[in-house]
Unconditional design. Structure first.
Length: 210
């Protein structure tokens, strides 16, 4: 493997060019996968405006807006790492309301926010119509390996030590779930783009040496 240190600006530029060059007349569904400590939403947000400048309308979706109801999510306690790993997010809702309609040839009618965790009720977000060349950027943890239909995947990789160091005390209970994710899914071995992010100020792109 070759590891190339880059600035955050260069990372955004490289990803923007890669995404904008894909299927210019078709929608593209992109996963930006990473623990909260890696802040995948920051990278996904940073791609929106550069993509629009290049003529690719970009739409943001965050899995925090696709949680399962608290009665299901917290059935085994508020700090259960197994529940976080297998039952925290409404993957079926994400597929039904975003990924399936956003696929090439899909209806293009999506909901970007399905659940309000503050009220524990449906968010009642209105449907929106995607342009045919839209890029849908979905950010969140544990996105890979469960069959979610993405066209391109970005994985923000962190060492166990860095993840532990940068995870706040109130969410450290999630650490076993991420350890399980590495062991069982190994997302860094198959994601289309892997970014090492042990230091948020010094990302590095990982590429295979041919």
């Amino acid at each position: 493997m070759r590891v190339r240190p880059v600035s955050f600006a260069v990372l955004v530029h490289d990803l923007t060019q890669r995404l904008a060059g894909r299927e210019s007349d078709s929608r593209v569904r992109v996963a930006v996968d990473g623990a909260d400590a890696a802040d995948p939403g920051r990278l996904a947000d940073a791609l929106v405006d550069p993509l629009r400048v290049l003529g690719r309308p970009a739409v943001r979706v965050d899995t925090r807006d696709f949680l399962r109801p608290a009665s299901v999510r917290l059935e085994f306690g508020r700090e259960n790492p197994d529940s976080f790993y297998t039952g925290w997010f409404d993957e079926a809702g994400l597929i039904r309301e975003v990924l399936d309609p956003a696929r090439p040839g899909g209806s293009g009618r999506i909901v970007t926010r399905l659940w309000n965790p503050d009220t524990d009720r449906a968010a009642r977000e209105p449907y929106r119509d995607l342009p045919e060349n839209a890029i849908v950027l979905v950010s969140g943890p544990l996105l890979l390996g469960s069959g979610l239909p993405f066209d391109l995947t970005v994985h923000l990789e962190m060492s166990a030590a860095a993840l532990e160091r940068r995870t706040p005390g109130e969410t450290r209970w999630t650490l076993p779930a991420f350890a399980r994710y590495v062991d069982e899914v190994a997302p860094a071995t198959f994601a289309d783009v892997v970014v090492r992010l042990d230091d948020p100020q010094r990302p590095a792109l990982v590429t295979a040496v041919e």
